[in-house]
Design a protein around this ligand. Sequence first.
Ligand code: ARG
Length: 568
Amino acid sequence: MKIKALLGERIQAAFQEVGLSGESLLQHASRPEFGDYQANGVMAAAKRAGRNPRETAQAVVAALDLDGIAKAVDIAGPGFINITLDEGFLAEIEPLAVQTATPQTVVVDYSGPNLAKEMHVGHLRSTIIGDCIARVLERLGHRVIRQNHVGDWGTQFGMLLTYMQDKAADSNSLADLEAFYRLAKARFDDDEDFQRRSRQTVVDLQSGSPTALEQWARFIAISASHCQQLYDRLGIDLGPDDARGESSFNDDLAPTVNALTQRGLIELSDGAKCIFLDDFKNKDNEPLPVIVQKSDGGYLYATTDLAALRYRIGDLRADRVLYFVDARQALHFKQIFAVARAAGIASQEIVLAHMPFGTMLGKDNKPFKTRQGDLIKLADLLDEAVERASLVLSEKEVQVKNPDIDDSEAAALADMIGIGAVKYADLSKNRTSDYVFDWDQMLSFEGNTAPYLQYAHSRIRSLFTRGEINPNDLPARTVPVDDPERRLAAAIANYHDLLEQVGQEGYPHHLCGYLYDLAGRFTQLYEHCPILNADQEARTRRLILSHQTASILADGLTLLGIRVPDRM
Ligand code: ARG
């Protein structure tokens, strides 16, 4: 149940009844003594109406109908309204019933690596943040269409294919794509004949030569299978069917430019087809064009994105299109969206949103690189994560303490913990900022980390194992009594609201923060109240809350794309 929306509606109704207009500014109470929610909007609304804030707050509270929802509504300070939810109401909430009544079609564009090269750490953020939001939207009941806009077209393929021919390269020599790219590039840089042939290959490709296309397809297939291996290792919900690379829009580029021309949007500038929009000016206040076709007839990144948008809206029928792409592409997306609106590709009701993210930095606060200054391959990073996790597990003597965890289970654990730690470290930071990659922090069992939450979950599960209790034998709901129970129940009840917020705004760190807080509230209960040894009624109440907590932790971690071990 969306509690915030429900409270918001009721407060709005009360505002109306007493003749107030404005927002209720409802938020979570900043401190436990303020109850569960506080509405801070009365003061501003009263001021606008020239009324006394405190008296107005009293009138609002008198008009406010929260029967069966809140047990106390208090006025604090100059006119804050504090709301404390009723325990019976909390008990009625099914925390995992989060399906929306109004599903939308949401296209989520994420990962989008360049297939000329191997995936490196620069692709991690788009891949895991986009994947998390896609999962959350799906969880909420929306129809999610994943679109992996891979870079599979462009002049660099001329060079790669020519090198592939010269070397009679097979999938083995492409095993290290990065090395292959480097060799091809070196050859290109100091061999004029090779350059000439590479350019010819580009022309062959673009004119649809079957041989060139066949070679290109072979290269793309090998490179895509590298990516797929990484997706599988990372637990990313992307497969071959989600890939719709730049090349797949080739046939729609000319029609896209035609459509723009028919709308009267195109101007020629030095032979290039450009769109000038009022909102886009450069530093010197000169108009900044979006170029959609070069004077030599070639198309650009922007043209492909416009064609992709036509497909997403026209064919896929998207209500929202979300782009999880590096913040450095902000101008590109602003321009694409503006052109799409001006050209009628996207009507005003369709939401187009660039969900930008910052850069992953090393401890020196510079973009994360190897000691030699190379980009770090994603595959190497994941190997190191698992190695380090396995070291942590042996330091913690996990197998000594749990003798029935054999070596293969321990290896699986190290995999879940290591990869989970890398993902969580990223997802738990506000995506719009840069963040420092820190192995020790992310693998710690304390603080806002994946291992901490995985451990918190397994600890609750072990409570049931120790007590030999099947959670399915417990009643589904309980009315909290003691304070730590109540605080935990309030957080549990808030899960749906939280997911709505994450699905709306696209910030996974809110989900991380929520799960961390939830685990903390469980610890409070665990430390202050006996569970297995409590009297029958309290024991049942606390076990129900424990089970709900574990279920939400497991669900939330799954939405973050992090695996959840049963024991550790
Ligand atoms: N291939 C692009 C890059 O590596 C990312 C694609 C993002 N998606 C898009 N529709 N432009 O920068």
